[in-house]
Write a protein that binds this ligand. Sequence first.
Ligand code: PMP
Length: 414
Amino acid sequence: RFDQARFIPADAIFALTAQYQEDLSPQKVNLGQGTYRDADGRPWVLPSVKKARESLFEQGLNHEYLPIVGLLKFQQATARLVLGAELSAELGIKVATCQSLSGTGALHLAGLLLRACQKSPPKVYIPEPTWSNHHQVFGSLGFPCESFKYYDHERNDMDIESYYSTLERAEPNSVVILHACAHNPTGLDPSEEHWRQIAHLMKARNLFPLFDAAYLGFNSGNLDEDAFAIRLFIGEMNMEAGICVSFAKNMGLYGERVGCFLLANKSKQIAVNTQSMLEMLQRSEVSNPPAFGARIASQILGRDDLKKMWYADMITMSDRIRSMRNALYDHLVSLGAPGAWEHLIRQSGMFGFLGLSLEIVLRLRGLSSIIILTWRVKEKYHIYMADNSRISIAGLNEGNVEYVARSIAQCLQD
Ligand code: PMP
């Protein structure tokens, strides 16, 4: 029965985390997985989350099922948060909502709905590079996926002209995956002017914008700023759009799988129908979503005092990341690390895209047999980053940033 099963290599980033955990060196630095770390390199439970959790326990929790589409208060508060109070009130029930298994689950639900609503799955345009799971989610659902050039490796910058020309010739009715902010992995987002042009081109060809919104508020510390593109497409441009919201990063609720899929529909009648389809699709996938994390998020979004704390928490995280980004840049420049590093400080968000070769990345990891065989390793640096040299800036702190910069400089000078 399973003779035809293929061997699928482990997910690169999860495998890297496992490699890091096995490394016994006290010097080791994990710049792989995108999870926030505090100034001491430890996971951070947001004070707003801690308080919301305490208040939930005081209220007394039960462990009943949630409705199939999830906790209604949480979905409504998410729509208000993402769209802004005015636009969400204006759209009202034109927005279908469904709680999801974090951002990944929201993308998957969006894919299920798009597939169920058309005779054949439309083409999905995905920026290159991107978060690797985009291809897996849409590929596994049978969508033909097409990559388009987002980044120019020679200039270490966004290739906006390529982006426009992809949209100008895209197959009408296709889906385009848009990173709402903090593009993963490049850390480079379109400007407001770019977004306007992207929206115009997409509207002209009837392309469906599917926003991946995994970093709202986490990117700049200001959620309204980070939601600019979403509100532009749906509000100003009056477009149909899907939004896949994750609270993994901005609330630090990675393991609780708290997310929501929002769909801004053209009419109330269509919204009633898509809402009912989401309910059917969710029922056959997970029956109903997990309750605990959604209750925490719902407390935070629904209480002024907690929401205020949460906004301050997002500023704490984004400020620390920004200052580590600047510190890495300053050290690389002052150590004379060969190459130009300005691109690092043009980027924003959790990730930095260094632009190092695979050989240097492996040498920094220092554990690759290929490297050991070449006898080029004089030292093991124990610095772990993705093969494409994307780093999670959150893994840097005052105690390791100079070491990381020095190691990069040494490898490049060798
Ligand atoms: N989209 C992007 C671009 C991401 O970087 C991530 C997390 N790495 C996600 C979606 C989804 O994460 P989660 O399912 O944990 O919310």
